[in-house]
Ligand binder design. Structure first.
Ligand code: NAD
Ligand code: UDP
Ligand code: UDP
Length: 319
């Protein structure tokens, strides 16, 4: 009798990064084998060091802008720098990573006839004129600005995913991820949660860009990863795109106050200029994920921030 074996061999690109390393932990916990392909541009071996010696885990240093030939049952494509400082460091490479990376991973999925997941982003909505953002909103993106390499790269990757789906019947899953935070974020990637926590722990001034009245909706990493896995395991009639994020919206000033309170910091607040094309508000409409995945984020901002603060506290102590 043939016993059904649900264990899969899964490729995670960008697996040495913040989200990728949490996803790998989850997939290994679920009993799968994982191959991580990462060029370590923004990722760090420290994020996967605990997996060293795990027979179900394999790391390969690989840049997704080059073809990749291996045999797997599923692909999660996360490779791409995600914070403005990182993706603006080499904007041409950022676009190449999204576009050439998508073509190569889609080509791989096509040859293997396997399911492929794309980590897209709320940035496809740009500076949105619809609030909260639903998947049917087409976005308001500047095609030639300093954020465009990321936003337009991700938009083009979505186009490629849907064209491979229509043209080659590829089984795709496209998630539009909203701001996510948690342990293993980069301490100096310039993102608001990591910046504020590190500044607060060092009792340095907290830098608010612009009025601080702009809003973001912050999702704790464990909630997001649960959403990834649920979306990946839906039937072929659910390709997405699907918003994944926490709809609880906060102003940046509220976030600063919370971080100061939770760290007991002596930091003051300083105002800095708002970077160009910085979206004024962002909040996911997650009706679709609720309906299709029965998914909703569970971790409240205070609880998630406490865990993240603990991580950065230890990191700064050992630095
Ligand atoms: P991250 O920078 O921690 O991880 C990205 C990983 O991709 C890193 O390990 C990096 O080394 C790797 N990488 C970059 N370019 C590569 C290339 N050419 N070839 C191979 N590997 C490459 O960022 P993250 O926050 O973990 O983001 C993961 C994915 O999720 C990204 O695609 C990002 O766009 C998307 N996303 C993240 C957020 C968020 O809030 N963190 C929001 C929306 C979308
Ligand atoms: N590719 C890859 N691994 C594979 C198959 C394809 O990296 O196992 C890459 C290869 O670089 C190819 C791209 O994916 O150019 C797109 O593949 P596709 O089959 O769609 O197009 P073609 O091979 O005709 O260019
Ligand atoms: N921000 C800020 N101070 C910082 C870092 C960021 O006020 O030290 C603001 C930034 O201008 C933006 C928001 O916080 O309005 C979120 O920034 P982040 O880079 O984390 O994410 P994104 O803009 O990509 O959503």
């Amino acid at each position: 009798m043939r016993v059904y074996n649900p264990q899969k061999r899964i490729l995670v690109t960008g697996g040495a990064g913040f989200l990728g390393s949490h996803l790998i932990d989850r997939l290994l916990k679920d009993g799968h084998e994982v191959v991580c392909a990462d060029n370590l541009f923004t990722g760090n071996k420290r994020n996967i060091a605990h997996l060293h010696g795990n027979a179900a885990f394999e790391f390969m240093r690989h840049d997704v802008t080059f073809p990749l030939y291996l045999e797997v049952d599923q692909i999660y494509n996360l490779a791409c720098p995600a914070s403005p400082i990182h993706y603006q460091h080499d904007p041409v490479q950022t676009t190449k990573t999204s576009v050439h990376g998508a073509i190569n991973m889609l080509g791989l999925a096509k040859r293997l006839k396997c399911r492929i997941f794309q980590a897209s982003t709320s940035e496809v909505y740009g500076d949105p004129s619809v609030h909260p953002q639903t998947e049917s909103y087409w976005g308001n993106v500047n095609p030639i600005g300093i954020r465009s390499c990321y936003d337009e790269g991700k938009r083009c990757a979505e186009t490629l995913f849907f064209d491979y789906h229509r043209q080659h019947q590829l089984d795709i899953k496209v998630a539009r991820i909203f701001n996510t935070y948690g342990p293993r974020m980069h301490p100096n990637d310039g993102r608001v949660v990591s910046n504020f926590i590190v500044q607060a722990l060092k009792n340095e001034p907290i830098t608010i860009y612009g009025s601080g009245l702009q809003t973001r909706s912050f999702c704790y990493v464990d909630d997001l990863i649960e959403g990834f896995v649920r979306l990946m395991n839906t039937g072929p009639d659910t390709p997405g795109p699907m918003n994944l994020g926490n709809p609880n919206e906060f102003t940046i000033r509220e976030l600063a106050d919370k971080v100061i309170e939770l760290t007991g910091s002596r930091s003051t607040i300083v105002d800095k200029p708002l970077p160009s094309d910085d979206p004024m508000q962002r909040k996911p409409d997650i009706t679709l994920a609720r309906e299709k995945l029965d998914w909703t984020p569970k971790v409240q901002l205070d609880e998630g921030l406490r865990k993240t603060i603990e991580y950065f506290d230890q990191l700064l102590e050992t630095a």
